[in-house]
Design a protein around this ligand. Structure first.
Ligand code: 610
Ligand code: MG
Length: 221
């Protein structure tokens, strides 16, 4: 059967990127998506915003929702301090298989825990199965109408602490209107929009960075 776009992307990485060199893998994927086949990686322009937030937070524990081919997984993992942990969730086994190989080609597999399954099922298992108490940074890039329910789930499970940062891709295109309305209106978040463009295009898109000031915020005085 015909190969998939993620498989063709992986083949391009193996042909053009140097093993153990995350930047060359990132650059190869950006080249592939810009000049051969568009794909829904966060991309280079929004990627630099992602990088700056990761460096600012310098997280000990990161959760990524929606691995896809592992592009943003690599962007985050390459900036993590020794001992910091990145857990990334992906429910499509074919995408997970490609992502594992992309992450391994970059030599970042020891920094990443790629877990196959749906966020709704796996988020409640973070403590018992992965020994995670709370996340310093969450990157939301999975199905857009799951951003809000998964955020509510993380709140209810106490997986966000004072200062935890939620960074959401695509809040304009394709858009996550309910999520955006929630984080921008809730007294529980200090939210800021980073204007950019949809990956590899001139269409407007952006990232929303929302800091969780703590469960006490927004409660009755
Ligand atoms: O639709 C988009 N992203 C959805 C991402 C989906 C990826 O996350 C997984 N997933 C989904 N819910 C999941 C729940 N749990 C685990 N993995 C999950 C899917 O198996 C897929 O690998 C998108 C679309 C455009 N676009 O221009 O159209 C641009 C973008 O940047 C995008 O991110
Ligand atoms: Mg996206």
């Amino acid at each position: 059967t015909r190969s998939s776009r993620p498989q063709r992307m992986l083949a391009h990485v193996k042909r053009h990127a140097a093993r153990g060199d995350p930047q060359s893998v990132i650059d190869a994927i950006d080249y592939f998506c810009r000049h051969k086949e568009w794909a829904m990686n966060v991309g280079d322009e929004k990627g630099t915003i992602l990088d700056s937030v990761v460096c600012e937070v310098s997280p000990g524990a990161v959760l990524e929702l929606g691995t896809y081919c592992g592009y943003s997984t690599m962007r985050i993992a390459r900036l993590l301090a020794p001992g910091a942990r990145l857990i990334t969730l992906e429910f499509n086994p074919a995408n997970a298989a490609v992502a594992r190989q992309v992450i391994a080609w970059a030599g970042l597999e020891h920094k990443v825990q790629l877990v196959e399954g749906s966020s709704g099922d796996l988020i409640p298992q973070m403590r018992e199965k992965f020994g995670i108490d709370s996340f310093d940074l969450v990157f939301l890039d999975h199905w857009k109408d799951w951003y809000l329910p998964d955020t509510r789930l993380m709140e209810e499970l106490g997986l966000l602490h004072k200062g935890s940062v939620l960074l959401a891709d695509n809040v304009i295109c394709p858009g996550a209107p309910e999520y955006l309305a929630y984080v921008r209106s809730s007294p529980r978040y200090d939210s800021r929009y980073f204007k950019s463009h949809l990956e590899y295009t001139y269409v407007e898109d952006g990232l929303e960075k929302s800091v969780f000031p703590g469960a006490s915020a927004g409660s009755r005085p």
